[in-house]
Design a protein around this ligand. Structure first.
Ligand SMILES: NC(=O)c1ccc[n+]([C@@H]2O[C@H](COP(=O)([O-])OP(=O)(O)OC[C@H]3O[C@@H](n4cnc5c(N)ncnc54)[C@H](OP(=O)(O)O)[C@@H]3O)[C@@H](O)[C@H]2O)c1
Length: 278
């Protein structure tokens, strides 16, 4: 049995069917099964990582550890799972490339600490460090549906964006295969794109012209605060952007090496989600 944390999130909803297709038994965790649309072949488990119930690990051999970037205290949540996971054979943790590059933004620091906890916990471990998700570009949804003007902070770094399905396929490969214990895999897409190129590719997939506009950081910051995001989260995002400039464009070959195929492209992602942007 494999316990999947974050089973209803961006990676989790791709990972659950990928594991089931490989013949694994899956226990999928959610706080709210009435809202969750989990593959019916999985066992649905109700629970909250802020009050982790060790019984969720009964009969579990492997665990996929993912905590939300918007959670209350991701480090404490992961530590609670690890404390209870003494009978588990293998833990696979979702981290970030920020740790690979030694970044000191708040998100990377929490993941670095959580990685240490996984390495010291006892069970075999594998760490997945993805770069920026293509799915982050859903942030452009309102602009695309509205006037088609996509405002991007000045100095936004070029990025080798990664498709969440590639991350999920790698996680499924690691969780159902051997030879990955003690390994740390940075995961990116196959090409670095500037934000301007990403906007052009999305426009091509939608068959319409989108306008790319760079704006001062203060204007982007004000817009994010206007969405109701906490100031600390907005600060963290800008600090991460500053620190990852020049690094986000580095392409790693791990997706190809682990999956035996090229990573999905941003054009693939844009075509797949064109209907959502309409
Ligand atoms: N976005 C990026 O570009 C990027 C890049 C590298 C790494 N990452 C990392 O990827 C991870 C996932 O980030 P995300 O914010 O996009 O999350 P997400 O996976 O899309 O969604 C959050 C998931 O966590 C579950 N969850 C949230 N709070 C929970 C709680 N208290 N107890 C149990 N389950 C809970 C939610 O399940 P329910 O609502 O069903 O309970 C949902 O399945 C983060 O660690 C982030 O740092 C992100």
């Amino acid at each position: 049995m494999i316990l999947v944390l974050g089973s209803t999130g961006k990676i989790g909803r791709e990972l659950v069917p990928a594991l089931l297709d490989r013949g694994a038994r899956v226990r999928a965790l959610t706080r709210d099964p009435s809202r969750a649309r989990i593959d019916p072949r999985a066992e649905v488990a109700v629970g909250d990582l802020d009050a982790f119930e060790p019984a969720l690990l009964d009969g579990v051999e492997r665990v996929f550890v993912l905590t939300s970037g918007h959670g209350s205290d991701p480090l404490a949540q992961e530590q609670a799972v690890l404390k209870a996971a003494t009978g588990v054979s293998h833990v696979v943790k979702l981290s970030t490339t920020g740790v690979h590059f030694g970044q000191t933004d708040p998100i990377s620091l929490v993941h670095a600490e959580a990685e240490r906890a996984v390495r010291e916990a006892g069970p075999d471990w594998t760490i997945l460090r993805p770069g920026t998700f293509m799915d982050n570009r859903f942030a452009w949804l309102h602009a695309v549906r509205g006037d088609g003007v996509i405002r991007v902070p000045e100095g936004d770094p070029a990025s080798a964006l990664v498709h969440v399905r590639d991350i999920a396929e790698v996680a499924a490969t690691v969780l159902t295969g051997d030879g990955h214990a003690g390994k740390t895999y940075p995961l990116t897409g196959g090409e670095a794109l500037t934000t301007r190129q990403q906007v052009e590719i999305l426009g091509d997939a939608l068959g319409r012209r989108l306008t790319y506009v760079e704006e001062p950081e203060a204007a982007s910051r004000a817009r994010m605060l206007g969405f109701g995001w906490p100031a600390s989260a907005v600060d963290g995002i800008f600090e991460l952007k500053r620190q990852s400039a020049g690094k986000e464009e580095i392409v790693f070959d791990t997706v190809r090496e682990l999956l035996g195929r090229a990573p999905l492209t941003f054009a693939d992602w844009a075509r797949e989600h064109a209907a959502s942007f309409a």
